[in-house]
Design a protein around this ligand. Structure first.
Ligand code: NAP
Length: 331
């Protein structure tokens, strides 16, 4: 409970403007999807959060369902906000989301106004906050009119329960429609949160163009492909790794073809004087439409590696072509 933030934290991080807004986000943000639940060790995740803030990471990303169990990452973060982090609230950008299954019955999932408003109410209680900085609709809902979901985001912002609105996992055409509705309502969309890494390049198929055109920020989630874009799996699946204990990364997703590509990427990273994790983060930041890279971390060293990426974020055209070539056969 005696944490004092590193006084030089703002010299260590780069901040990038989020689209056309007044908000700047750190080039590296920390997500609490995994490793911050009741099943995890508090002393470890406290250290991870402290290290992140000490390195200038001002943005912490949550969702109603993060844990396990669902809700527990928000509760644990709330404990820390009530303690060590409380005095730094105004130096932080805290986000949460609703859109995936959270509670039983027809009102605890997808994109109705009922669900979004009730869920944010719960999230604020768990995190013991008056407001979040960004509230996201977590995934598109094919059965709720987009107008209703966007009106819910607008309402939440007007009520002061969130400062900005965001969307996540929306494909380009749905994202464009959402931006148009939000603009009309007077609450422009701040940010989109897509999955984006060297192993998942879908945002390059139209989404980044839509974001650039609309001047909406982009925060790339799972930038290390849940750990595959590190040296972790080069020699098998270690105990305690995500692939060994969490169904979100199944061992059979680490295919021989991927491992072959990862090995080649690892060699290139070494030539650049970086770890593969550092190069994977730097590669995302090569595009200035990407505002921030949203990492996960099970230990302090993971946060440090991601921040070390900022020491070298430029790539020669030859390096970029080599990366494209390595990834080409993965489809
Ligand atoms: N909007 C959405 O739908 C959505 C979905 C997923 C995630 N997200 C957001 O994105 C955040 C990050 O997602 P993610 O956790 O999948 O990100 P990630 O950065 O791709 O993966 C993080 C995991 O990779 C491993 N790792 C990290 N750095 C490492 C290093 N330097 N060396 C070796 N291994 C390393 C650790 O796994 P081990 O446990 O194996 O150590 C760590 O937990 C989430 O917390 C959440 O905020 C959003």
């Amino acid at each position: 409970m005696n944490y004092q933030a590193n006084p030089s934290r703002y010299q260590q991080m780069t901040y990038r403007r989020c689209g056309n807004s007044g908000l700047q986000l750190p080039a590296i943000s920390l997500g609490l999807w995994q490793n911050f639940g009741h099943v995890d060790l508090r002393s470890t995740f406290e250290q991870v959060l402290h290290t992140a803030f000490d390195l200038g990471i001002t943005h912490f990303d949550l969702a109603n369902n993060y844990g396990p169990p669902p809700g527990s990452a928000e509760s644990n973060f709330g404990d820390i906000m009530q303690g060590d982090f409380g005095k730094y609230r105004d130096e932080m950008i805290i986000s949460t989301k609703a859109g995936y299954t959270m509670w039983d019955g027809p009102y605890g999932d997808w994109g109705s106004k009922k669900y979004l408003v009730a869920s944010l109410h719960q999230s604020l209680k768990r995190m013991r906050l008056d407001y979040v900085d960004i509230f996201y609709h977590h995934r598109p809902d094919p059965n709720t009119p987009l107008e209703e979901t966007m009106t819910a985001l607008d309402l939440i912002v007007r009520q002061g329960k969130a400062l900005y609105a965001g969307i996540s996992n929306y494909p380009p055409d749905e994202a464009q429609k959402a931006f148009d509705i939000l603009k009309q309502l007077g609450t422009p969309c701040l940010i989109h949160q897509p999955k984006y890494s060297m192993l998942v390049r879908t945002p390059e198929e139209g989404l980044l163009d839509v974001l650039g055109k609309n001047k909406v920020g982009c925060i790339a989630f799972s930038p290390l492909a849940q750990g595959m874009l590190t040296d972790k799996y080069l020699n098998g699946i270690p105990d305690q790794s995500r692939a060994s204990r969490n169904p979100s990364l199944k061992p059979d997703q680490i295919t021989p073809a991927k491992l072959n590509a990862i090995r080649q990427l690892n060699e290139l990273a070494t030539k650049r004087g970086q770890k593969l994790a550092e190069m994977a983060v730097a590669w995302l930041l090569r595009d200035d439409r990407v505002t921030s890279v949203l990492i996960g971390a099970s230990k302090v060293a993971h946060v440090q590696d991601a921040c070390n990426a900022l020491n070298n974020t430029s790539f020669t055209s030859e390096e970029l072509s080599t990366i494209d070539l390595i990834l080409k056969d993965l489809g």
